[in-house]
Write a protein that binds this ligand. Sequence first.
Ligand SMILES: [Fe+2]
Length: 487
Amino acid sequence: MPPTATSALAPPSDATRRTSKPDKPFDDRRVVGPSAKLAPLSDHLLPLKRTILAELGTSPEQLEQSWRGVLAALEVHTAKIAQQGGDAIPHVHYKDIEKGISEEQKVIIRDAGCVVVQGAVSEEEAVGWETSLKDLVKAHPGIQGYPSHDPQAYELYNTQAQTRARTHPAVLNTQKALLKFWGSSLPRASADGEDLVDYDTPVSYYDRLRLRKPGDRSFVLGPHIDGGCVERWEDPVYRKVWGKILSGGDSWKEYDPYDARWRLGAKQDLYGVPNQCTAHRSWQGWTSISHNAAGEGTLQLLPMLRLATAYVILRPFFRPRDPSSGSLHPDDWELDLDSAMFPGSRIGASGQELSVESHPHLRLEKTMVSIPRTRPGDQVYWHCDGVHAVEGYHGGKNLSSVMYIPAAPLCMKNARYLRDQRVNFVHGHVAPDFPASAGESTFPERGTTRDIKTDEGHRALGFMPFEVHAPELVPLVDAANAALFGQ
Ligand SMILES: [Fe+2]
């Protein structure tokens, strides 16, 4: 039996602990009209664009050079993706992960910012998870979810199936391989561990699950990026992530999406929004527990990470000279430095919305490609800045079922979140970043530590002290264990 922290069993009234966020319908962030997306935001943002340029010493002319360079590159890359379709999304077999991904595969995955991993969990085991979830939903009518009138993405965080999947050795092994894409330029010395990240140690970030019905058209989730909205520009630390993109000229080409340096201190949630991730979630992801094919309500991705990010970050600084022309030519766009226009952003939204109207140069109508067919037990991961959506219609014959399981590394930001998430898990409550609801506290069959089969799994969920993998990580491991176990 692994050591279990007494603090893990503390009652949920612990005043120092963050609780789940105020109840706000799951639907809120998804239904955004085009006019709302293109309206100016609050007046307090009026000076923001010039402030950002002044911080970096970037002249308007230099920024315009970057814009033109990004638009030219987009013309080439969007055409390529439109031609490739689903083939633009890399896939690897789990056996490749076990052997070690080749350098060639790494480059492809790094550039696309997404990957499908096939065959990690056995089909039989994954289907068993889906069956148990269907039984659970049937046994507890009234579980909340999205859409609210006919839930298909359920407010379930603590089921046995999720617990087993999150701690499955092949899932954790996959996550370790993908977390290694990050962190090449992090500082390697920190007395208190705050600046350190251990990319060899995945920790679990709880999210929900989806059992989408055949024929469904109500699960509306257009192109978006999670991890905050206007916070990308407004938060003084978060915007440092985009320093290279906003420094003018060709510097955007040096932007490294896998540099976590500023992300640890970034506030992605300035407005206390439910569903907003406050952890360092390197890769978003899901594990398939059914067959999911294109046209069957599956995930769509824009497999072009660095260039798309550069465009999204530069976009608020420019506007069309004549919005009615629809022209994408750089000469028909001009600087916009004194407005509160942040197309696709809203104050207090959990994600950055994108559409053909707000981000026309991404040619989303052609570049949002459905992922290749996944079988039960396959996994999909996409970078935390990756543009993603869900097909509007499920034209298949069976449930399209996935459990949202991302990849997050050990760092102090995540250790503190894990501490609070652990308490909620023990009591069957909603995970801290999500809207408060009745939770699963009265479900006798919910997940427990008995569903975790390995030491690594216990560590990932915060029930066993972390181990040191490299001497420079001692301050982090010590601080994380102190936060979780009071050692
Ligand atoms: Fe999302």
